[in-house]
Unconditional design. Structure first.
Lengths: 196, 196
DNA sequence: GTAATAATAGTACGAACGTTCGTTTTATCG
DNA sequence: CGATAAAACGAACGTTCGTACTATTATTAC
């Protein structure tokens, strides 16, 4: 029982590692089982379908996302400071050791954006939650008096999110060493223009 | 000879249509040949490898991109106007009838960002060209006196590009009817903050 | 109109896919 | 210890993958 949990975690971690590099849909049960060092059927038994495996992988990624990005940000003071911490955590997140290909929630979202199913459902749900979380952080900054009272917090959320998509693009496709500094500059611009 | 060119074009158009929905890597020679209505081997003979087929598809998409986005924008007057036209063309582009899943250069970039090969090489080349093109349009706006003299045109290019990634995200994953209006609002914000 | 050539079809290949099966190993518990 | 159940295994299923051959059509040239 404990053993099952351990191997399950090993499988999911390895899956995240590989899928972030080779792509989410390209991750195959056969390849994954070889990387983990177990049989295809043994691994398969943990999920009973590839679809379920993919959903479970996404859930595991989201858990890490909460641990790395969301939760720590709540310790920062509300307002501008928390926005900055969020940005910094996200850049770290997109360059995590356990996810060398960058944020899988992003790449998987692209891969499944036009393919109906539980994978897509999960991703839409997560991304909506995430946009709302940013908007909430922005509205807290309004409450704190850091940002303008008539700030469109939804628009802010999408602009903030856009910066990180751009960072992913710079860091992982272009291999641009300036990716991080440019992203932070964009964040500072956004913050500046959101002030009263 | 003419026949070959015609079927080739038919194949590429169908490939773009399908791949934009199901994903670039998921497009298979067998499925494509069925959609086109010809044999697998007959279709295969046009490219002699899947890798070459993928590169040719990307080149065909880039050609359309030039026709739909780049070239028409050059007819608009330099400066702010051209930037706006670019933005509008891009939103149309990301919702073209021949590419129902949205910009394939974007989705393919994500799928190949960590997979070396000629597909990735092509995409990197294209995206660098595209970023430079935007930066150039911004510097023309500086010359025209629309934008501030000390505008960071490279940064502008990435911010502009980020807006369209965000639009793709809103339109194709979230199915948000406000995708277009929000994107244009972002563009207007960017233009406003770039003025002297 | 027949020969030459280009384009498409047909068939077959080994490999990998996701999945199912029966069996064997490993752990848990009375 | 032996009984029970969980977990991993190896082999095989039918299907599809990309690719390699050969055969058959269409088109063009003389």
């Amino acid at each position: 029982m404990n053993r099952k949990l351990n191997t399950r975690e090993t499988i999911l971690n390895e899956a995240i590692f590989i899928a972030s590099k080779t792509g989410f849909e390209a991750l195959t049960i056969g390849k994954l089982s070889k990387s983990v060092g177990m049989s295809k059927s043994g691994l398969f038994a943990h999920f009973n379908s590839k679809e379920q495996m993919q959903v479970d992988i996404l859930k595991a990624v989201e858990k890490k996302f909460n641990d790395v990005v969301i939760t720590p940000s709540l310790e920062a003071p509300r307002g501008e400071a928390r926005i900055r911490v969020l940005a910094q955590n996200l850049i770290k997140w997109d360059d995590s050791g356990f996810m060398p290909g960058g944020c899988m929630l992003h790449t998987a979202s692209i891969e499944f954006e036009d393919r109906p199913g539980p994978q897509r459902d999960f991703l839409v749900f997560h991304q909506r939650y995430w946009i709302d979380f940013i908007a909430k952080a922005a509205s807290l900054a309004v409450e704190e008096g850091h940002f303008s009272d008539d700030l469109d917090t939804q628009l802010f959320a999408f602009e903030f999110h856009a910066i990180l998509q751009s960072h992913h693009f710079s860091a992982h496709l272009l291999n641009d060493p300036q990716a991080e500094s440019r992203a932070m500059k964009m964040v500072e611009n956004l913050i500046m223009h959101s002030r009263k």
